[in-house]
Design a protein around this ligand. Structure first.
Ligand code: BES
Ligand code: ZN
Length: 628
């Protein structure tokens, strides 16, 4: 008996969950379950060395009443080791039937559920089996999915639902081999209420139809964390030949204006990094509960409506998500320990795009703001979590999703750019994407590639780069580049003149300030600034009424800490309305700092929590010590 049969039988013996057909009569004596992890990815139960999937055919119905997705997932796979068991990841999926490609029902069993990981689903196969069909229902509590009632949408007339699969939440709505190291193509047929439109990370419809049935195709291989679905009252607006935006009708015009530079960004990105591999690039504007700024779902980036500022000032985020079409979606981190290979590269690419679009003085301001975030994160996190290459075994991969991956990763690549020059670095990256198209990469494979194509050629210079220190050690190496900005220096002098009393507030020259200058100004407000000064600022610049959510969020945080109580109502409104974790965490932290018992914070949280996605509640439940 080979190892996988043993594994299969040993888990069947637990009798944790039913199985069907003849295997049931054949149960061996109970014994302890042995969980075998894939040694290349500790966040999946699936065993790609034995059998890995290549294509998904997903047939689903979305029911807003019950908040359940009823579906059949048919997976084509390659049986590498002639195994008799294929393993999938699931969380709280109610499996109703599993059949093989010969139409026969087959035995399956579900192992123990572990925190964050969910459970393994073991399916019995034969050496002839090429595909399995898993029929199931998702749980209303599925971690990836947020079900919103009509009041939680812009139009307030129709419900809305969306998924967020990264990092390991795809398994809460589709049984899958939930590892970034397993890539597959997919097609889907999804039935939704006829007044709503369904969209996926695939070819998408541009308008509703009478049947409520929509079909999708994704012909380029993707990892499971890029599976995405959204259903709502959505309309399409074109932005260019191959770009467009979906939004609720009331937000469509504003979205078309805000994201008007998208087509140009795609052109810039193609010049820098090589051909765009995904045909179309569309955006989907979600309700404000969306837990992130953006998510790079292929062909259809999901974005928060909080970047609609009315003046295109927050679109670096689009450059970021677009850049993932190369770093992340085309060349993917092999597992979550290599997360910086997705995000650090993407921040670097994002700033290269913004450099071309708005000039170096603009992208340098972004880098300086990023370095401030990094400085904070370096003091905030335990030392071992400040390495680029992480060790997340046994932990929630979300623990690694910090500014270390983003900003330390960016500074590492910027250091190489300083050493080798923009042009050589651009060429190196372009080649890197070509050589790894639709593949995965580990940090170690990257170092080897880097040495072969860039850094290994000069053996005297190589040690000075401190590559291993950057990647395997904590903190920030001394050769981290420093960015300077004349525009920020001017902000600094104005601030000083005003706080010293040399300037009246209306003498500060703000006419040509971008959002970056405003953020720098607000971040650098002295901690000692009086409440009166806050009032003066608010009167002059109307921060509490700002339609720019980046500016508003930092203003509210500073005001809470300074006890400028005029913002109180706005803080409550903002926290109830917006579910973007990046804004929520600092605001709740500030509330806790001024009132450590957390009564006020909890009062707001109880009202706001139903609007938040599980990504946000996971973090905030811990911060606020909330148990349910
Ligand atoms: N892929 C991330 C979002 C993400 C990270 C989801 C980790 C789940 C786990 C996305 O590309 C991202 O980085 N979003 C940022 C954008 C910002 C850096 C411009 C965000 O949402 O704030
Ligand atoms: Zn990203």
């Amino acid at each position: 008996m080979n190892k996988s049969i043993l594994l299969f039988l040993s888990v069947l013996s637990l009798g944790v969950v039913s199985c069907s057909t003849s295997t049931e009569t054949n149960k061996p004596k109970p014994q302890e379950e042995v969980v075998i992890y894939d040694s290349t990815d500790f966040h999946t139960y699936s065993q790609k060395k034995d059998a890995y999937v290549t294509h998904l055919n997903w047939d689903a119905q979305v029911d807003f009443e019950t908040q359940i997705i009823t579906a059949t997932a048919t997976w084509d796979f390659i049986n590498v080791s002639d195994t008799d068991t294929i393993v999938f990841d699931i969380v709280d999926l109610n499996i109703t039937k599993v059949t093989l490609d010969n139409g026969q029902e087959t035995g399956y069993s579900i192992g123990q559920t572990k925190a964050h990981m969910g459970a393994p689903l073991y399916v019995a196969i034969t050496s002839e089996t090429k595909s399995v069909s898993i029929s199931y229902e998702s749980a209303p509590t599925a971690g990836a999915v947020l079900w919103l009632n009509s009041q939680q949408t812009y139009g307030k007339k129709h419900p809305f639902m969306f998924t967020q699969s990264e990092a390991i939440l795809a398994r809460t709505w589709i049984p899958c081999q939930d590892s970034p190291g397993v890539k597959f193509t997919y097609n889907a047929k999804v039935k939704v209420p006829t007044d709503l439109l369904a969209l996926m990370s695939a070819t998408n419809p541009q308008e509703k139809n009478e049947t409520g049935v929509y079909e999708f195709e994704m012909n380029q291989p993707i990892p499971s964390y890029l599976l995405a679905l959204a259903v709502g009252d959505l309309e399409f607006g074109s932005l260019g030949d191959r770009t467009g935006v979906y939004a609720e009708p009331g937000q469509l015009d504003a979205s078309i204006y805000e994201f008007g530079e998208t087509e140009k960004m795609v052109q810039i990105a193609e010049e820098l990094f090589g051909e765009y591999a995904w045909e179309r690039y569309d955006l989907l504007v979600l309700p404000p509960s969306f837990p992130f700024g953006g998510m790079e779902n292929p062909r259809l980036t999901f974005v928060t409506p909080t970047i609609i500022a009315g003046d295109r000032s927050l679109t670096a985020l689009i450059a970021h998500e677009l850049a993932h079409s190369w770093s992340g979606n085309l060349v993917t981190n092999a597992n979550w320990n290599d997360f910086w290979m997705n995000e650090g590269f993407t921040v670097y690419l994002e700033r290269r795009i913004m450099d071309s679009l708005n000039g170096t003085d603009y992208s340098d301001m972004l880098s300086i703001l990023g370095s401030q975030d990094l400085a904070f994160t370096l003091t905030d996190l335990p030392k071992e979590d400040t390495r680029l290459k992480l060790e997340l075994k046994g932990r929630n991969p979300d623990d690694g999703m910090t500014d270390i991956a983003y900003e330390k990763g960016f500074f590492f690549l910027s250091m190489l750019k300083e050493e080798y020059g923009k042009k050589r670095m651009d060429n190196f990256l372009k080649q890197y994407f070509t050589d790894h198209t639709f593949k995965n990469i580990t940090t170690e494979e990257f170092i080897t590639y880097l040495d072969r194509h860039l850094t290994g050629q000069d053996s005297l210079k190589r040690p000075k780069l401190m590559i291993e220190k950057w990647i395997y050690e904590s903190g920030l190496p001394q050769n981290a580049p420093e960015f300077t900005s004349e525009r920020f220096q001017r902000v600094g002098s104005s601030m000083k003149a005003w706080t010293d009393g040399a300037f009246e507030i209306d003498e500060i020259e703000v006419a040509d300030w971008s959002t970056n200058e405003w953020l720098q100004f607000l971040r650098k407000l002295p901690d000692t600034l009086s409440v009166n000064k806050y009032a003066e600022l608010d009167k002059a610049f109307h921060f509490t009424q700002s339609g720019n959510n980046e500016i508003l969020a930092i203003w509210l945080e500073k005001s809470i800490l300074a006890k400028y109580t005029k913002v109180d109502a706005k803080v409550e409104e903002f926290l109830i309305h917006v579910g973007r974790r990046k804004f929520l965490t600092p605001l709740y932290r500030a509330l806790l700092e001024v009132d450590p018992k957390g009564k006020h914070a909890m009062y707001i949280y109880m009202k706001a929590r139903p609007n938040y996605h599980s990504v946000s509640t996971e973090t905030l439940d811990k911060l606020l010590n909330y148990s349910h």
